[in-house]
Design a protein around this ligand. Structure first.
Ligand code: NAI
Length: 243
């Protein structure tokens, strides 16, 4: 019998920031497609254990900004076919008042983590001449956003990084793509002021906020063999907001 469309049977997937929000939905989606899932989040994040139990996968812990923790994570995770770099934060504020700490924290957690994770994971993928990586960018990295110079810079950086690594690793059978979500209802966005949320909603053609599952399905597609000729791409999933 031919394999079902989008099957990830026999693949092992590592997802960072898997304890909640979009990462949690990605863990469930990839598991649903047959993947063996490794859930990674910050040490001490108890929900990560819960998610791993739900998807029958392994829970591992690392601060993805720390090179030694990332190297250990990749070693402990075993042979990874799919890497989803999802961990991320916001520290919003106008540039004139933005502290260096808020700038560096966002660049470190959102962008440097992607460099560290990919560098560690790609070695094994290169040896095996196969693998796929999906990085979580944002529409903000394409269009910019008021009060998010740090976040926009980190996400635009992810887009440039994704395209560059796609060029480097393509000949070894490795595909590297990004998903750029619009407004998705998670803990990251619930802190936004109501008027900002309403503006976002008004700008979204489909007239609703996105859900973590909307992003998880796009990530699933990019990880699957059905996306076998797609690399260096940025898939915008924003309900028709940033057109
Ligand atoms: P969230 O705040 O609900 O979850 C983020 C996860 O990352 C948490 O489980 C957190 O513990 C983990 N994390 C944070 N720092 C970490 C570190 N140093 N090491 C390991 N794990 C760490 O966020 P959400 O909304 O699920 O976002 C996931 C990704 O999607 C992020 O990269 C975010 O920038 C991106 N995104 C989200 C959008 C939204 O509207 N929610 C829109 C565009 C992009």
């Amino acid at each position: 019998m031919p394999e079902a469309y989008g099957s990830l049977e026999g693949k092992r997937a590592l997802i960072t920031g898997a304890a909640r929000g979009i990462g949690r939905a990605i863990a469930a989606e990839l598991k649903g497609a047959g993947a063996d899932v490794v859930c990674c989040d910050l040490p001490g994040t108890s929900e990560n254990e819960e998610v791993a139990r739900e998807v029958g996968g392994q829970a591992l812990y690392a601060d993805v900004t720390k090179a030694d923790e990332v190297e250990k994570l990749i070693a402990d995770a075993g042979e990874i076919d799919i890497l989803v770099n999802n961990a991320g934060i916001t520290r919003d504020g106008l540039l004139a008042r933005m502290s260096e700490e808020d700038w560096r924290a966002v660049i470190d957690i959102n962008l440097t983590s992607v460099y560290l994770m990919c560098r560690a994971a790609v070695r094994g993928m290169m040896k095996r001449r196969s693998g796929t990586i999906v990085n979580l960018a944002s529409v903000v990295g394409i269009h910019g956003n008021f009060g998010q110079t740090n976040y926009a810079a980190s996400k635009a950086g992810i887009i440039g990084f994704t395209k560059s690594l796609a060029r480097e690793a393509g000949a070894r059978g490795i595909r590297v793509n990004a998903v750029a979500p619009g407004y998705i209802e998670t803990r990251l966005t619930e802190v936004l002021p109501e008027d900002v949320k309403q503006k976002m909603l008004a700008a979204t053609s489909l007239g609703r906020f996105g859900q973590p599952e909307d992003i998880a399905r796009a990530v699933h597609f990019l990880c699957s063999d059905e996306a076998g000729f797609i690399s260096g791409e940025v898939l915008v999933v924003d309900g028709g907001m940033a057109m």
